[in-house]
Design a protein around this ligand. Structure first.
Ligand code: NAP
Ligand code: MG
Length: 502
C-alpha cells in the first residue's frame, strides 16, 4: 500500500485523441461499429475509463475481411512493385519516428507501462521493425531448380519457384506490448504483400488505431490494413473462423491459441502462434554476479512481468543461492512502482483488474502451499492495478506458481546442485519460449544452449530483442517464429513452375 498516484495533466494532443469515441478502420475509412456499440478502454493507473472505442462484432469482421479480400485480389496493392511496397513500409516507420513522444504517451496511458520505457523501447523497436521489414520487400526470392525427371529421358526443363503472399491475414494481438505486437504482425504481412485484418486487445486498442492513421497517411491503398478493435470471444473468434481469411497469426495465451487452432479448421487456414512461457533463468556459481543479479531482476520485472518470455523460474546453483536471491529481492524492493506517466516510475500497474486478481490469486496459492516472499507478495495500492515486485522462495516444482504462467512481477527461486539435473528441471515445462544461462564458462554456456528446449536462449543477458532475431516457441509456446527472415515463411507460400524446353 501507499503508492501516491499524482494526478497528471494529459498531454493536450493525446487528450484530444481520446476525447471522442475512436472509430475502426475498414477499407480506408474510419467507421462506427455496425451495431453502433462502443466499449471502454481503462487507465490502469486509476481504474478509470480512458476512452471509448467502436466495438467490432461479426458484421464488422465480415466487412473488414471483404475489404482485405478485395484489396488482395483486385486492388492496386497486388500490382505494386516490391520496391514500392518496401517504400510504403519505410515511410510508415518514418512517420512513427516523428511521433515517438505521442505514441509512447498513448501506450503508457492505455497499458500502464512507464513512459520512459515506452519511449526508449516500445516505440523505437517498432520503428526499427518496420525498417527491417521494409528492406525485405525486395529480397523475397524463389530459386531456379535443376530437375532430372527419370521417366522423361533426354527432356530439358526450366523449373523455378515463386514466393507468393499467402493472402488475407487475420491478426490477433495481446495487450502487453500493444504497438510492438501490431508491428511484429503488420511488418512481415506488408513486406510480403498480404492484406490484413488486425484485432488489437480490448485492454489496449488505442496505439494500434492511431497507427492506422499513419498507415493511411503513408499511402497504403484502401483495404490493405483494416483495424477492428473488439472482444476476443466475438470479434476475435469471428476472424479466426472466417472462411475468406487465408491465415491467422495470434499472440496471447496458450489456452486461446488452442481455440484459434480449432476455429481455423473450417477452411484449414494457415496458423501461426506465439503463446505463453514459464522461462527458466539459470545462474551458475561461476557467473559474474554483478551482471547476473540485476539481469535476473530485470528478466522478471521488466514490463511488470507481463512478458511471454519473462524469466519467471529462477534457478541458482546452491553455493550462491542466498546471495543471488537476496540480491534480486533487494532490487525488487528498490523498484519505484507508480503511474506510468510519472517520470520517476520504474514499474507501472498491471494492465487490468482481471490481471491484478489473477496475479493476486497466484500469490495466495503460492503462500497456501508453503512459499514465502523475500520481497513483495501483495497488491500495492488501493487504487489502480498495482502489485509489488515479488521474489518467492521455499517453492517446489509441483507448486502452481512454479508450473503456470503468472504474467506478473513474481519470480519463484529455487536452488540446484547438479548441472545435468538443471537441464531436466529447466525443460520440465509445457512451455518452451525462452531460457537464460549466466556463467563465465563458455563451453558450459553453449552446452546448456544446445540442451535447453526453448526458442530463445540468452547467455549472460536477458530480454534482448532485435527485428533480425527470430522469436517464438518450442512445445506449447507456439508455432512458427516472429521477426528475422524466418517470419517471412509464415506469410508466403511457394509455387513451383515447370516449363518443358525440349
Ligand atoms: P488472451 O485471452 O489470450 O488474449 C490475446 C488476444 O486474443 C486478445 O486480442 C484477445 O481479445 C483475443 N482473444 C481472446 N479470446 C479469443 C477467442 N476465443 N478467439 C479469438 N481471439 C480471442 O490473453 P488475456 O486474457 O489477455 O491474458 C490471459 C493470459 O494470457 C495472461 O495472463 C498471460 O498468461 C497470457 N498472455 C500471453 C501473452 C503473450 O505475449 N504470449 C500476451 C498476453 C497474455 P480480448 O482482448 O478481447 O481478450
Ligand atoms: Mg487501457
Amino acid at each position: 500500500m501507499g503508492i501516491a498516484i499524482s494526478p497528471f495533466q494529459i498531454d493536450p494532443r493525446v487528450a484530444d485523441y481520446i476525447d471522442k469515441p475512436r472509430k475502426m478502420l475498414i477499407n480506408g475509412k474510419w467507421v462506427n461499429a455496425a451495431s453502433g456499440k462502443t466499449f471502454p478502454s481503462y487507465n490502469p493507473a486509476t481504474g478509470e475509463v480512458l476512452a471509448q472505442v467502436a466495438e467490432a462484432d461479426r458484421e464488422d469482421i465480415n466487412q473488414a475481411v471483404k475489404a482485405a479480400r478485395k484489396a488482395f485480389d483486385q486492388g492496386p496493392w497486388r500490382r505494386m512493385t516490391a520496391s514500392e511496397r518496401g517504400r510504403l513500409v519505410w515511410k510508415l516507420a518514418d512517420l512513427l519516428d516523428k511521433n515517438i513522444e505521442e505514441f509512447a504517451y498513448l501506450e503508457s496511458l492505455d497499458n500502464g507501462k512507464p513512459l520512459t520505457i515506452a519511449k526508449a523501447a516500445d516505440v523505437p523497436l517498432t520503428v526499427d521493425l518496420f525498417r527491417y521489414m521494409a528492406g525485405w520487400a525486395t529480397k523475397i526470392e524463389g530459386n531456379t531448380i535443376p530437375i532430372s525427371v527419370p521417366y522423361t529421358p533426354g527432356a530439358k526443363y526450366l523449373a523455378y519457384t515463386l514466393k507468393e503472399p499467402v493472402g488475407v491475414v487475420g491478426q490477433i494481438i495481446p495487450w502487453n506490448f500493444p504497438l510492438l505486437m501490431a508491428a511484429w504482425k503488420l511488418g512481415p504481412a506488408l513486406a510480403t504483400g498480404c492484406t490484413v485484418v488486425l484485432k488489437p486487445a480490448e485492454q489496449t486498442p488505442l496505439s494500434a488505431l492511431r497507427l492506422g492513421e499513419l498507415i493511411m497517411e503513408a499511402g497504403f491503398p484502401d483495404g490493405v490494413v483494416n483495424i477492428v478493435p473488439g472482444y476476443g470471444e466475438t470479434a476475435g473468434a469471428a476472424l479466426a473462423a472466417h472462411p475468406d481469411v487465408d491465415k491467422i497469426a495470434f499472440t496471447g495465451s496458450t489456452e486461446v491459441g488452442k481455440l484459434i487452432v480449432h476455429a481455423a479448421t473450417g477452411n484449414l487456414k494457415k496458423v501461426s502462434l506465439e503463446l505463453g512461457g514459464k522461462s527458466p533463468n539459470v545462474v551458475f556459481k561461476d557467473a559474474d554476479l554483478d551482471a547476473a543479479i540485476p539481469g535476473s531482476a530485470s528478466a522478471i520485472f521488466f514490463n511488470h512481468g507481463q512478458c511471454c518470455c519473462a524469466g519467471s523460474r529462477l534457478y541458482v546453483e546452491k553455493p550462491i543461492f542466498d546471495r543471488v536471491v537476496e540480491g534480486v529481492a533487494e532490487h525488487a524492493k528498490k523498484i519505484k512502482v507508480g503511474a506510468g506517466l510519472d517520470p520517476e516510475t520504474q514499474m507501472g500497474p498491471l494492465v487490468s483488474e482481471e490481471q491484478l486478481n489473477r496475479v493476486c490469486s497466484y500469490l495466495e496459492s503460492g503462500f497456501s502451499q508453503g512459499a514465502t516472499a523475500l520481497s513483495g507478495g501483495h497488491k500495492a495500492a488501493d487504487k489502480g492495478y498495482f502489485v509489488e515486485p515479488t521474489v518467492l522462495v521455499n517453492t517446489r516444482e509441483d507448486m502452481k506458481v512454479v508450473q503456470e504462467e503468472i504474467f506478473g512481477p513474481v519470480v519463484t527461486a529455487m536452488p540446484f546442485e547438479d548441472p545435468e539435473e538443471i537441464v531436466l528441471r529447466s525443460n520440465d515445462s509445457d512451455y518452451g519460449l525462452a531460457a537464460a544461462v549466466w556463467t563465465r564458462d563458455i563451453s558450459k554456456a553453449h552446452r546448456m544452449a544446445e540442451h535447453l528446449r526453448a526458442g530463445t536462449v540468452w547467455i549472460n543477458c536477458y530480454n534482448i530483442f532485435d527485428a533480425a532475431l527470430p522469436f517464438g516457441g518450442y512445445k506449447q509456446s507456439g508455432w512458427g517464429r516472429e521477426m528475422g527472415h524466418d517470419v517471412l515463411q509464415l506469410y508466403t507460400q511457394t509455387k513451383a513452375v515447370c516449363t518443358r524446353l525440349a
